[in-house]
Design a protein around this ligand. Structure first.
Ligand code: MRU
Length: 345
């Protein structure tokens, strides 16, 4: 793997991204020249992970701006808002998507010139893409200080390079600790139903030469009870102002287990994942996805026909289970209403 694997990026008039539905079997780069295809790639999870979705939306909006035919700036803005709405409804939980769309809308509103607005939007989207990698490296540096020599770190889902423009958040911390010379091991929850831990996290860590063992989700309690886990680090899709954190379904269980076994439980996320407008986690919209994700594995049905299915894609871990939130501005500690309130956003 090169210094930083890029997951989603601007490529000479197109939005390019790794197709994450194919990993680990194939590493294929998709190249979209129509923004509608970028919207669809978010919906079908060719691109996924909160920061990566935000970057894809920003680049997709820049792509939309290039293709909008308009006679006046006002006409451009009307059409640009329609494209923005398509991105807003592509996935509901990761706030980075809305953060990126808002940032692009603010830029469009601040450049009231039909000749300049498209170029300015493209520059902003590329800034968002590049900033994301720089921010993840800062998260990595801040978090690596919490990792000790010979630690085994449990993670859930994939908060790696694939979940961002590159480098990753939770895996960014693990990468930074490894790069600083610490000998560490990772336990990756497989993360049913879509297996992001097994397919994506394990793939990334194997590439990096960081020792990783995959467990099925129901093994975490046993591993913790046996003293096999020194700390937990997960990513986040949306953090409320009091620290309550939405992340991949199953994270709540891991948080409760970590508290039971006195294991530090850290969330690693950029400040753009904090929803300052939400007082607590009860207002976070939780995506429910197709029942096929539960009834099938690799297209093969494993459940009886006619069975009922509930498939929430995220859960909310209350702040009381979280030992610290690792951001690019430093590690936040409870009470989060105060430490989050002090952030610059
Ligand atoms: O449904 P996904 O794969 O988009 O969910 C991803 C997660 O829950 C990640 O842990 C989260 O987005 C953090 S990524 C840095």
């Amino acid at each position: 793997m090169t210094d930083v694997m890029r997951t989603v990026y601007w490529d000479n008039g197109a939005v390019a991204m790794i197709d994450q539905t194919l990993i680990p079997d194939d590493v294929k780069i998709l190249r979209f020249t129509n923004y509608v295809d970028v919207v669809n790639s978010i919906k079908v999870m060719q691109i996924r992970g909160a920061p990566a979705i935000g970057v894809a939306a920003a680049l997709g909006m820049a792509l939309a701006a290039q293709s909008i035919q308009a006679d006046t700036y006002e006409d451009f803005m009307r059409k640009f808002e329609l494209a923005a709405e398509e991105f807003r409804i592509s996935r509901p939980t990761a706030v980075n998507l809305f953060w990126a769309v808002n940032r692009m809308m603010q830029i469009a509103a601040s450049v009231p010139s039909l000749t300049d607005v498209r170029q300015r939007l493209l520059a902003e989207a590329i800034d968002i893409q590049e900033e994301d990698i720089a921010i993840n490296k800062m998260i990595g540096e801040n978090g690596a200080q919490l990792i000790n020599q010979n630690d085994t770190i449990l993670t859930h889902c994939n908060a790696g390079a694939l979940a961002a423009a590159g480098y990753g958040t939770a895996l960014g911390v693990i990468r930074a600790a490894h790069e600083s010379g610490k000998s560490i091991k990772v336990i990756a929850d497989e993360t049913r139903p879509r297996l992001q831990g097994m397919r994506l996290t394990a793939w990334e860590l194997v590439q990096e030469g960081i020792p990783v063992s995959v467990i099925s989700d129901n093994m975490a309690a046993w591993a913790m009870s046996k003293g096999m886990v020194n700390c937990v680090i997960v990513g986040a899709d949306r953090i409320a102002a009091n620290g309550d954190t939405a992340n991949k379904i199953g994270t709540l269980g891991v948080g409760i287990l970590a508290k039971t076994y006195n294991i530090p439980f850290y969330v690693a996320a950029p400040v753009s994942t904090i929803d300052f407008a939400l007082a607590d986690g009860s207002g976070i919209p939780i995506e429910e996805r197709s029942s096929d994700e539960v009834t099938h594995i690799n297209g093969i049905r494993i459940a009886p026909e006619g069975v009922g299915i509930y498939n929430p894609s995220f859960d909310v871990t209350p702040a009381e289970y979280i030992s610290g939130i690792i951001t690019e501005q430093g590690v936040l500690y409870p009470p989060y209403a105060i430490s989050i309130g002090c952030l610059k956003n």
